[in-house]
Design a protein around this ligand. Structure first.
Ligand SMILES: [Zn+2]
Length: 236
């Protein structure tokens, strides 16, 4: 199993590691600073460097539980000591985008009583779908105002590891379907944002909502009955 450093330190940009296996779709490392695609967050890109070479990492994802680093060129031999460096600018934008989505889902749930049905993100923009009966431009403006108010309050974002038995009793985690996480996962990683949001989550987030900056609702649209989409974008 690859040690995934981003799970406990989202701000780590570089780490030493070694190549342990070549797979058809990518290189396996003993430990990695790269976040592997999941939960709507894209995988990291960056580079691997060693004594007499380097190669770009063009995507990071899991296949059959193995973290694979897709490379833009020839892989280093197994056993090579490497320095892995992520594209930090892109990752930090993704952390801001991802954190904004949590606050968005919390506002829609607490103030409009609607759950999330889906979502996806790219660096600097994202969409989220909700079980809302209707949506309008005015609603989008109202949500945008509330979102920026909450982000600016500077809620702390904490990463917790909870025993599975405890997580299965937590009302917020029940709401976000913690029971669907495979039974072998214990403890469960939880992202806690001030007193507004708590969910089981594998992604990377900023440490404080004020770090997200200002966000704009760029589009609202109906994707069918009880399925309404809100698109957001970071302003800078
Ligand atoms: Zn998250």
């Amino acid at each position: 199993m690859t040690e995934e450093l981003a799970a406990t330190d989202a701000y780590l940009r570089q780490a030493q590691c070694s190549a342990i296996a070549h797979h058809d779709e990518g290189l396996e490392l003993d430990r990695t600073v790269f976040y592997s695609r999941g939960g709507g967050q894209p995988g990291d890109i960056g580079k691997l460097e060693w004594a007499d070479g380097s190669v770009g990492v063009t995507d990071t994802f899991k296949k059959n539980g193995v973290v694979l680093h897709q490379l833009g060129g020839d892989p280093p031999p197994v056993g090579t000591e490497l320095t892995g460096t992520i594209d930090w600018e892109r990752r930090h934008i993704l952390m801001r985008t991802h954190t904004a989505l949590h606050v968005l889902s919390a506002i829609i749930f607490k103030e409009f009583d609607a759950k999330v049905t889906g979502g996806n993100m790219e660096p600097g923009s994202a969409r989220m779908d909700f079980e809302l009966d209707s949506i309008s431009v005015e609603f989008g403006q109202q949500v945008e105002q509330r979102l920026n108010e909450e982000l600016a309050k500077g809620h702390e974002v904490n990463v917790l590891f909870m025993a599975r038995s405890e997580a299965l009793q937590d009302p917020d985690l029940i709401r976000t379907k913690v029971n669907l996480i495979p039974e072998t996962v214990d403890p469960i990683r939880v992202i806690d944002i001030g007193d507004i949001d708590r969910q089981a989550d594998g992604g990377t987030h900023v440490a404080n909502t004020s770090e997200v900056g200002a966000v704009e609702v760029v589009k609202t649209e109906s994707k069918g009955k009880a399925n309404k989409r809100i698109k957001i974008a970071l302003i800078d």
